[in-house]
Design a binder for this molecule. Structure first.
Ligand code: HPA
Length: 278
């Protein structure tokens, strides 16, 4: 499917009609972090397969619905279930969620994910506020004909992980029982976890955590000038850091186990985002 401006618009118009209001914040929940969606007040749920031109979620632990409602007094659109390159989508198709958020009128996005900790000073269950990312592999979601309505052909990435939002997350960190770090997310396409040699290389290159999502969304957001806050949950130490294999079941189990404090932390951030300045 060629994604034209009209195709994104059709999806957004359908969602606005179903939601009945314009959301202020777009949220994407990562693996095992879907419980946050249950905190949304007065929810209006739309399954992905109902949305024109949208993608389908194929991963276990990802529900596959967009939930509209209120969190901490803010109007949100929350995707419970995200799309990844390893599911078979092209990088270009992975632009859909964020561009639809943009057309819904959100002022900023919060992206969450599960990640492996590369930095040995991090522990399982810690959170990393993403300061920057490294993506050396493959194409870009912005490859192909530029859609000028969203942004320019060449665009800046130095403020992609919006400093003002990171400051809010750091201030809120003082009120949570979770250990909060700030670091660099290294993108790997998956679905295989990394080899120990790859993790060693990632460490040398400056990655603090490794994961298979989020960067396509952040690149798309930077193109259309949408502020982003991205949070990684350290669900495991990356391959080779500990003398044991990495498992998908462990990723979901750990993500589920910190769901309560993580939800409180994200709700506090949402309350404190200066939307009027975004
Ligand atoms: N590697 C890549 N992606 C991940 C990991 C990991 O160790 N843990 C959770 N998502």
């Amino acid at each position: 499917m060629e994604l034209t401006f009209e195709k994104y618009k059709e999806a957004a118009e359908f969602l606005l009609e179903r939601a009945g209001f314009q959301p202020e914040i777009g949220i994407i929940l990562g693996s095992g972090l879907g419980h946050f969606a249950e905190e949304i007040e007065n929810p209006v749920e739309v399954r992905y397969e109902e949305i024109p031109n949208f993608l389908r979620s194929t991963v276990e632990g990802h529900a596959g619905k967009m939930v509209f409602g209120t969190v901490s007094g803010r109007k949100v659109a929350c995707m419970s279930g995200r799309f990844h390159y390893y599911e078979g989508y092209d990088f270009e198709e992975l632009s859909l969620p964020i561009r639809v958020f943009k057309l819904l009128g959100v002022k900023c996005c919060i992206l969450t994910n599960a990640a492996g900790a590369v930095n040995i000073h991090y522990e399982v269950g810690d959170i990393m506020i993403i300061r920057d990312h490294i993506k050396l592999m493959g194409g870009s979601p912005m490859r192909g004909k530029n859609i000028d309505e969203f942004g320019e052909r060449f665009f800046d990435m130095t403020r992609a992980y919006t400093p003002e939002l990171r400051e809010v997350a750091k201030r809120c960190a003082k009120k949570t029982e979770l250990n909060i770090h700030e670091g660099v997310y290294f993108y790997m396409p998956g679905p295989q976890f990394e080899t120990p040699a790859e993790i060693k290389a990632i460490c040398i290159l400056g990655g603090d955590a490794v994961g298979m999502s989020t960067v396509t969304e952040t690149i798309t957001a930077a193109h259309c000038n949408l502020p982003v806050l991205a949070l990684s949950v350290m669900t495991n130490m990356a391959a080779g850091v500990l003398p044991k294999p990495v498992s998908g079941a462990e990723v979901v189990e750990i993500a589920n186990s910190i769901e309560k404090p993580f939800t409180l932390y994200v709700k506090d951030i949402i309350k404190n985002i200066p939307l009027e300045k975004m």
